[in-house]
Write a protein that binds this ligand. Structure first.
Ligand SMILES: *[C@@H]1O[C@H](CO)[C@@H](O)[C@H](O)[C@H]1NC(C)=O
Ligand SMILES: *[C@@H]1O[C@H](CO)[C@@H](O)[C@H](O)[C@H]1NC(C)=O
Ligand SMILES: *[C@@H]1O[C@H](CO)[C@@H](O)[C@H](O)[C@H]1NC(C)=O
Length: 245
């Protein structure tokens, strides 16, 4: 709800143009509700999605703009089957961890290739640039929309409760002490025993590798597009820099 408030207090309160860059699957299902609400409040939304996708379909409350995707529907489907098996199989943490890493690696490669083709597609970029969006509403779990927003010089609003590896905390220099802030996948609460605190410190170390393979390629892509050195943390700092302007 805080997000909606934020979107309503801008200078374009009369009805703004929002570029939405969602992420496939359950992420999109919750974001779709926000897009529907934005439409109800008189904003105009363009949803940007790969032409091959599972859930992001045309609706009357937004304009769907698709771009070429370097994989077939079958390839995408088989990836999702792998992923759902993984989520449903109860397994030892370590086994689970290695499987997650393989799948994350594969997913990352798919998304990175797709993002690269998107930002290098002159037709699509020209259309987006000429559309003069007021804001990009993006799910930064795959930071393609974030890079795109920076490339188009449009401020971004991030739609995600939790960015892995505390990159948002790091990017915004927000304190996040391990003793009090429960980490991703630990199932800890904010009241932890000593052993839970140890677990709370160890899990993020394991996730660091995943974050590196998932996010580093976007930093290089951004460096290439913006022609300056961009780090992974920079990617998660951008919205603040924009807010400060
Ligand atoms: C750019 O994207 C459009 C729309 O998806 C597609 O028709 C076109 O083939 C793409 N161009 C390149 C060079 O990939
Ligand atoms: C990951 O990708 C490799 C090579 O493309 C493929 O052989 C493998 O089956 C994939 N694994 C999963 C779990 O998707
Ligand atoms: C968008 O258009 C402006 C004005 O024509 C241009 O200066 C800028 O380089 C364009 N940006 C991109 C990402 O193409």
């Amino acid at each position: 709800m805080g997000l909606l408030l934020l979107l309503c207090v801008g200078p374009w309160v009369e009805g703004g143009k929002v570029l939405v860059t969602p992420v496939e699957g359950s992420h999109w299902l919750s974001m779709k509700k926000v897009v529907q609400d934005l439409h109800a409040r008189g904003h105009q939304a363009v949803v940007l999605a790969p032409e091959v996708n599972m859930h992001i379909k045309e609706e009357d409350f937004f304009t769907l703009k698709t771009y070429a995707f370097p994989y077939t529907q079958d390839e995408l489907q088989s990836f999702f089957v792998h992923l759902s098996h993984l989520v449903l199989e109860p397994e030892h943490f370590l086994m689970h961890f290695f499987k997650i890493m393989t799948i994350m690696k594969n997913t990352s490669v798919i998304h990175q290739r797709s993002c690269r083709e998107l930002v290098h597609n002159k037709t699509v970029i020209q259309y987006l640039n000429e559309s003069s969006f007021d804001v990009v509403l993006t799910d930064p779990v795959i930071p393609c929309g974030t890079v795109l927003a920076e490339y188009l010089s449009v401020p971004a609003v991030y739609f995600l409760r939790y960015i892995p590896c505390e990159l948002d905390f790091e990017g915004t220099q927000c304190p996040s002490p391990s003793s009090y802030i429960p980490r991703l996948l630990t199932r800890n609460s904010d009241h932890m025993t000593f052993l839970e605190r140890v677990k709370n410190m160890l899990y993020p170390l394991a996730l660091k590798y995943i974050c590196h393979i998932s996010f580093a390629p976007y930093a290089s892509l951004a460096s290439e597009l913006l022609q300056r050195e961009v780090s992974v943390t920079d990617i998660f700092r951008w919205r603040i820099a924009k807010d400060a302007e």
